[in-house]
Design a protein around this ligand. Structure first.
Ligand SMILES: NC(=O)c1ccc[n+]([C@@H]2O[C@H](COP(=O)([O-])OP(=O)(O)OC[C@H]3O[C@@H](n4cnc5c(N)ncnc54)[C@H](O)[C@@H]3O)[C@@H](O)[C@H]2O)c1
Length: 441
């Protein structure tokens, strides 16, 4: 643990203001051409660009190209990279042309979820390593294709579940797995976020200048342009995302799965979903979900409320590992252990512990990816792990969509048992000319 803390301090890549400080630019110049990692970003508006910044904060990484279907975003982000690095990245609106470049070692995929699979598989086929944002895909079937593509084309693929690189979560996992809080009987997860309601309904508008909306939709059904179904707020519509359940659920459920003895896709999921606040709101997804995942080791109990922003322990979101000797509560801000009281000994069963003031973990997750590009080891969140986490979100979303309280997943057959309606939603139906990628040997 101490080594890791020292690493964070000594690299200085935690400090956002340090992105491309003069000393860093100088360090970049000192890296031999043969040791440089050349990355390109596809989907530049928000998270993807944040991830690119963390790549550029590493001396050995250069950005050679940016791609987006929105020229306004592209212009802005190209200018930002040029200002920061002194080098203007090449501009692309079609990722397929970008992937033809032989000087791109890795791509970052920061598009909405409905594009992740197509772009990630094409990138693997083009011999690129891939950092793909979470959830790794918008359907169960696409997750599997991405795992297969990574293996078939022997690529490094990191999924953006960056908690796995976060100090608080790593220490929390070590404490739980070491038995410090005793046998864990339950993992309680809660995520309460106002944005989970979606935007207010608004009329369709002309497509903004510089936007290729048909390309943005890609494999999703054709639609008139509505700002609600575009940058940022697309996540509330099944065609492109999975709402708060997949947005935050994937992150937090991943941390519950991470302490399991043998992490696996849940074989049984019980879902209660409702829309408490839908009036005037433009969304397909649910604002209220409670999901139980009975596992071999413990029960995962997920509680989600879009439109609320307070929660247990004074935190809008978090994870509580409930052990016989105490409960460990963790989120991105740190962790705290609440000991159980021993009535016979008249003392707490364990010593309370606390870690506060944690900062960003994206930088360490990116550093882990870049390290793996160089040494060809598995990153901390390979697509196999991304798939397990994504399915923990997709299965209850499917249950909610078809009104099923219980779904049984058969991992060997890769299908739901006895539920044809659920099986219909395992794979997406791509709009022509897009087709599900084929993984060929
Ligand atoms: N790891 C995290 O903590 C975290 C946080 C936020 C978002 N995310 C994930 O990051 C991804 C992006 O989310 P966001 O909030 O940045 O979305 P956003 O809508 O702000 O940005 C997406 C960008 O992708 C572009 N795009 C869409 N289709 C494209 C295509 N075919 N080719 C090139 N560009 C295309 C859009 O024009 C837009 O600029 C999502 O998968 C989301 O779940 C992860």
């Amino acid at each position: 643990m101490t080594d890791r803390r020292n690493f964070i301090k000594s690299t200085g890549i935690l400090a956002g203001g340090l992105w491309l400080a003069p000393s860093l630019l100088q360090a970049k110049q000192g890296v031999a051409a043969s040791d440089r990692i050349r990355v390109a970003l596809i989907g530049c508006n928000n998270m993807g660009f944040g991830i690119l910044r963390h790549h550029l904060a590493l001396p050995e990484v250069d950005c050679v190209a940016l791609c987006d279907i929105d020229q306004n975003v592209l212009d802005r982000r190209i200018a930002e990279v040029e200002t920061a690095t002194g080098k203007k990245p090449e501009r692309y609106t079609d990722f397929r042309l970008l992937l033809e470049r032989s000087d791109v070692d890795a791509v970052i995929i920061g598009t909405p979820d409905h594009w992740h699979c197509l772009i990630a598989v094409a990138a693997c086929q083009a011999g690129k390593d891939v950092y793909v944002e979470k959830p790794m895909a918008n359907t169960i079937g696409e997750c599997e294709l991405m795992v297969n593509a990574k293996n078939q084309y022997d690529r490094i693929m990191q999924v953006g579940q960056q908690q796995r690189s976060g100090q608080a979560f790593i220490e929390a996992r070590e404490l739980v797995k070491s038995g410090y809080i005793g046998k864990v009987r339950k993992v309680n997860i809660w995520s309460n976020f106002n944005y989970g309601l979606g935007n207010l309904i608004q009329p369709t508008t002309p497509i903004p200048e510089g936007v290729d909306y048909d390309f943005w939709l890609g494999p999703a059904p054709s639609r008139s342009f509505n700002p609600n179904r575009f940058h940022g707020s697309w996540r509330h519509f099944w065609d492109y995302g999975g709402g708060l359940m997949s947005d935050w659920g994937v992150h937090l459920l991943d941390m519950a799965i991470w302490v399991e003895e043998n992490p696996a896709v849940p074989s049984r999921v019980l879902t209660y979903a409702a829309n408490v606040n839908k009036e005037n709101r433009d969304r397909d997804t649910f604002d209220t979900m409670n999901v139980l995942y009975p596992k071999k080791d413990f029960l995962i109990n997920y509680d989600m409320n879009g439109g609320l922003q307070t929660g247990p322990y004074g935190k809008p979101y978090g994870i509580g590992y409930v052990g016989e000797k105490g409960t460990l509560v963790v989120n991105r801000g740190g962790y705290e252990i609440y000991p159980e009281w021993d009535p016979e000994a008249k003392a707490p069963k364990i010593e309370a512990k606390k870690l506060e003031g944690m900062t960003d973990s994206h930088n360490l997750h990116v550093a882990n990816f870049v390290e793996c590009i160089k040494n060809r080891n598995q990153p901390i969140c390979p697509p196999e792990a991304g798939r397990i986490a994504a399915l923990h979100a997709h299965i209850p979303n499917i249950a909610a969509r078809i009104g099923a309280e219980e779904l049984l997943w058969d991992e060997a057959k890769r299908e739901f048992t006895g539920n044809a309606a659920a099986n219909e939603l395992i794979w997406p139906s791509y709009r022509t000319p897009w087709t599900l990628p084929k993984i060929t040997s």
